[in-house]
Design a binder for this molecule. Structure first.
Ligand SMILES: [Zn+2]
Length: 93
């Protein structure tokens, strides 16, 4: 069991959860917030920084355009197939 920092702050009492409820960092150490709190934080961050994230993604895409084009050419048929499947699913509903 491990203490979740955010849950404990929110409820005012010690909240412990199983270790499987926590993401690991790159170094293999468990994070201080549980997966539920981490997801809530990420969602709030994404909403409040929507424009900035969009700009960063565009910048990254433009800087790595060749890589994405190569990847697209390599998996062209696979992408076309998945788009077809998605369209079929939409019309079926
Ligand atoms: Zn939590």
């Amino acid at each position: 069991m491990k203490k979740c920092k955010k849950c404990t702050e929110k409820k005012g009492t010690l909240v412990e959860k199983p270790k499987s409820e926590f993401y690991k960092t790159k170094d293999g150490v468990l994070q201080s917030n549980c997966i539920t709190c981490q997801k809530a934080y990420h969602k709030a961050y994404t909403i409040s920084n929507k424009l900035q994230i969009k700009k960063q993604r565009q910048k990254h895409y433009m800087n790595n355009l060749e890589l994405y084009q190569q990847r697209y050419q390599k998996n062209k048929e696979k992408y076309k197939e998945s788009v077809k499947n998605r369209r079929n699913l939409k019309t079926a509903c």
